[in-house]
Ligand binder design. Structure first.
Ligand SMILES: Nc1ncnc2c1ncn2[C@@H]1O[C@H](COP(=O)(O)OP(=O)(O)OP(=O)(O)O)[C@@H](O)[C@H]1O
Ligand SMILES: [Mg+2]
Length: 376
């Protein structure tokens, strides 16, 4: 049985705003989306009221989830902010991006972009895998890197924050939907020893998703905070491509311990990578380093290497910008075919050369995060 918008509205009419007005009369609901038994109403409030509204949000979610035919409901509390003055950024001598060790503590003064970030209980370090441009292999690298970190003995989660085009369901072969625990939090899907969450588990991969800015943020916030992640050393976040507003908001709102920039060797992509670096610098997120993906072509038959795009550009660029160079991943058929088959190369060929590269990159990342992981 499929739920209708009318049924959702009837259920929400029974929930009261902090002022005691029925939600449906409080002029706070944005259009309600019902998709294949999944409901996505959205409400918008000013940030100052957000706390008072949190219990209302939870109640609204409970009543909608209780409707017959509702597989999952996501009610987002969105706080649309007016642009405030940009807080002064600490000036640093010399060039480059601050190292992880220079990361500011999470308790920043109110009003700074970092003030929105609260640590996620149980997670020692959240890191983003990002790129200036699409299609450079972020998702592939994020997943294999997560597996590399797992191989080092860490407890690792993977959050697919690419809500426009989630690819983690395909890369991991996960088809099931997350269940809710007693606290009504979504339980991440366990696969290859990773805790995995993606908006793609809730909507079909080919469903065109049109999200407005505030909805993007609240969807991602919910996937971070309303998911029972358990205890993790590292949560790897696969970011949507680009360095636009959505990415900037994300970088500001997620309590990131660091970011990894993926680039291909072509110049254009490097220019985009520089944009990525600049974005994280703007929000004071340390860049853990650059990974050069599709660095060289490795023949699947004879194993010989061809530097079709030229070689060493990302390493050189990393040096110039003063950020670590984390490693080179070849363009290899096995990396693509294993991803397409839902068994990433670190799982399908754990003793192969590619898995070794991802583990080596993982070791660099772990070393940089050591302080955060050890403190947890
Ligand atoms: N090192 C590699 N060798 C071979 N194929 C690769 C490699 N890295 C990624 N690919 C392939 O390139 C394509 C794009 O990769 P992926 O989806 O990871 O990129 P992305 O940056 O996440 O893309 P988007 O910007 O769309 O999110 C996929 O088909 C993937 O299998
Ligand atoms: Mg991707």
């Amino acid at each position: 049985m499929s739920v209708t918008q009318q049924q959702v509205l009837q259920a929400l009419a029974g929930v009261r705003s902090p002022r005691g007005v029925a939600l449906t009369n409080a002029d706070v609901l944005s259009p309600i989306t019902v998709s294949d038994g999944k409901v996505f109403p959205e409400r918008a409030r000013s940030p100052s009221e957000a706390r008072a509204w949190e219990s209302v949000r939870a109640q609204a979610e409970t009543v909608v989830r209780a409707l017959p035919g509702v597989a999952s409901a996501m009610i987002a509390l969105t706080a649309e902010r007016k642009a405030g003055p940009t807080p002064p950024r600490p000036t640093r001598p010399g060039q480059g991006v601050p190292p992880a060790a220079a990361h500011r503590p999470p308790h920043s003064p109110a009003g700074s972009p970092m003030a929105r970030q609260a640590e996620i209980p149980g997670i020692a370090a959240v890191i983003a895998v990002a790129s200036g441009k699409g299609g450079v292999g972020k998702s592939t690298t994020a997943l294999n890197l997560a597996l590399g970190l797992r191989d080092l003995g860490l407890r690792v989660g993977l959050l697919d924050a690419d809500i426009y085009g989630p690819s983690v369901p395909r890369l991991t072969g996960i088809r099931e939907k997350p269940e809710l625990n007693d606290e009504r939090k979504m339980i991440p899907i366990e696969r290859f020893g990773l805790a995995v969450m993606s908006i793609g588990f809730l909507v079909e991969e080919d469903t065109a998703m049109i999200w407005r800015g505030p909805m993007v943020m609240s969807a991602i916030t919910q996937m971070l905070r309303d998911v029972a992640w358990g205890t993790l050393d590292v949560l790897v976040v696969d970011m949507p491509p680009g360095t636009g507003d959505a990415q900037l908001t994300l970088a500001q709102n997620v309590p990131l311990k660091g970011a990894i920039i993926i680039s291909t060797p072509q110049d254009l992509s490097l220019i985009d990578a520089r944009r990525g670096l600049a974005m994280f610098k703007k929000v004071n997120v340390p860049v853990l380093g650059i990974v050069e993906n599709m660095s060289y072509f490795q023949c699947p038959h004879c194993g010989t290497r061809s530097d079709i795009f030229g070689h060493g550009g990302a390493r050189h660029e990393a040096e110039r910008l003063g950020v670590p160079f984390l490693g080179e991943i070849p363009l290899h058929m096995a990396i693509r075919t294993s991803s397409d088959a839902g068994t990433p190369v670190v799982v399908s060929e754990p003793d192969g050369p590619h898995a070794a590269i991802y583990r080596a990159i993982g070791a660099e990342v772990r070393d940089q995060l050591r302080g955060a992981i050890a403190a947890a």
